[in-house]
Design a protein around this ligand. Structure first.
Ligand code: NDP
Length: 398
């Protein structure tokens, strides 16, 4: 029975709060804090008010420290934005509380995703006997756990990895993103990197396309190669991986809008002068686009996110495809959010359960593949995200 502090009342924060509230055996007291308290109160109201709410600016470490000291949680679940990661980690260190997030730190003025900033906290967390679990969403998160499962159970040596994220759902809007638009567009428009023969190889954003035939009735969809943060930790912790690529599906309509927005400068992350004040175009664009939370009741269809791991087993070449299928409408029925927020929020709560029950616990800063994958997956399925394993299939090389 533990007190938990959730920071961030967006799409993912809503799912995390609902799911923690379903497990009162673990989360005896839940506080949801965010920059805009009314958003926390709206989520608390969905749950009959049985949740504490608070206002906090997570970029202000003294403010965070005051709140954490007042609440004395066992764990802080950070589902604000990646810009806040280091501030929240600093506050956890100062107050002696464990930390969990779903996305790696990114500086506000550079679209640069890497773990170096957070891995640099390793010694400080260790010295204080505290744990930080990084990237406990779906991708990163469950994709790391699936890779660890392939390495533990299905392959003796993992050599190649294709992480494939399909959103086969549709919200009927001309252009909208399924999670924070600023973070989503920064990720998609960043230079692509994939791992090959011991180094990251760069290619222009969205320049490599494949068609992949997704299972369970989804069928063939266009996938584009992107850089994604889990590749950095996976190739470090599973050094036999020679090649790792990340693929995401995008509709022609999404890509058409994105291209125009890029061409006219609306995805720029630097400040421009307008009407006597400075504005950052991508932040202005975020204000114009539909709030991802509003897509919940509109989105129909499924997501399919998983990992194809290739390598050897008993000296023979072998591959395994491990994935989850999630249905947007079923998610909305359960927690009033679409599947993108759901597939991120549920693994965050399962990561929290792993830490609070000490099934995954050690001092230091960790990525998901460093712990026993089966313990995590045993809880993830019953919490709403079952795992499908197709061992020994024949998927084409991507
Ligand atoms: P949203 O934009 O919907 O929500 C973010 C929330 O954080 C908002 O409530 C926002 O407040 C709050 N926030 C922002 N800045 C601060 C601050 N300085 N202090 C306090 N609160 C703040 O984002 P999502 O819910 O879609 O995403 C949440 C996180 O999940 C992101 O880090 C995202 O990258 C990650 N993610 C991870 C995935 C994975 O699979 N690993 C997939 C999808 C998302 P306000 O309402 O006032 O703006």
């Amino acid at each position: 029975m533990s007190k938990v502090l959730i920071i961030g009342a967006g799409g993912v924060g809503q799912v995390v709060t609902h799911k923690c509230a379903q497990r009162r055996d673990i989360f005896s007291e839940i506080t949801l804090a965010s920059r805009t308290k009314s958003k926390c109160d709206a989520i608390a109201a969905q749950l009959g008010g049985d949740i504490n709410t608070a206002q906090v600016d997570a970029d202000n470490v003294p403010e965070l420290v005051t709140l954490i000291r007042q609440l004395q949680p066992k764990l802080v679940i950070n589902v604000a934005l990646p810009y806040q990661d280091l501030h929240i980690m600093d506050a956890c260190l100062e107050t002696g509380v464990d930390y969990l997030d779903t996305a790696n730190y990114e500086p506000l003025d550079t679209a640069k995703f890497e773990y170096s900033w957070q891995w640099a906290y390793q010694e400080r967390f260790k010295e204080k006997g505290l744990m930080a679990l990084l990237g406990s969403g779906f991708d990163p998160g469950v994709t790391n756990v699936y890779t660890a499962l392939a390495a533990k159970k299905y392959l003796d040596v993992v050599e190649e990895l294709d992480i494939i994220d399909a959103n086969a759902g549709s919200h009927g809007q001309p252009f909208a993103t399924n999670f924070n638009p600023e973070i989503n567009i920064r990720e998609v428009t960043a230079t692509c990197r994939h791992w090959e023969d011991g180094r990251f190889v760069e290619s222009p954003a969205l320049s490599t396309k494949r068609v992949f035939d997704f299972p369970e009735g989804i069928g063939p969809m266009n996938c584009f190669r992107l850089y994604h943060e889990e590749m950095e930790s996976l190739v470090k912790h599973i050094p036999t991986i020679k090649k790792a690529q990340f693929w995401m599906t995008f509709s022609d309509n999404y890509l058409k809008h994105l291209e125009v927005l890029q061409n006219v400068g609306m995805t720029r992350i630097d400040a421009v002068e307008f009407g006597g004040q400075k504005i950052v175009p991508i932040q202005f664009l975020k204000a114009l686009l539909p709030d991802p939370g509003s897509l919940g009741p509109l989105t129909k269809g499924k997501t399919c996110i998983g990992v194809i791991a290739r390598g050897t087993k008993d000296g023979q070449r072998r591959q395994v495809y491990i994935y989850n299928i999630c249905d947007h409408e079923a998610c909305y029925k359960e927690v009033q959010s679409q599947a993108i927020s759901y597939t991120t929020g549920v693994p965050a709560v399962v990561g929290a359960i792993m830490m609070l029950t000490k099934q995954w616990h050690a001092p230091g800063v960790f990525n998901m593949e460093q712990f026993d994958p089966e313990l995590f997956l045993d809880v993830l399925g019953p919490m709403g995200l079952p795992t499908v394993v197709v061992d020994g299939g024949t998927w084409p090389e991507l």
